[in-house]
Ligand binder design. Structure first.
Ligand SMILES: [Zn+2]
Length: 69
């Protein structure tokens, strides 16, 4: 079997967590896992910042609607 991302053979393969699997990508080698995990952390940092900003924006707009001043 080969890594579904880089195609490398003769390497240990890790199953991707089911929520991240696609029809084409289900297992990957340790090198790809390292890169993919780094990217996942970067995406998670970004979405956490977006979540905070969007909720603060929602609350500020809700407050502005209620506030006649
Ligand atoms: Zn790989």
């Amino acid at each position: 079997m080969a890594c579904d991302i880089c195609g490398k053979t003769g390497t240990p393969l890790r199953d991707l967590r089911e929520i991240y699997q696609t029809d084409q990508i289900k297992v990957m080698c340790p090198d790809c896992e390292k890169v993919v995990n780094k990217q996942l952390r970067s995406i998670q940092d970004m979405t956490t910042r977006m979540q905070k900003a969007l909720l603060k924006l929602f609350m500020a707009e809700r407050k502005a609607k209620k506030d006649p001043s």
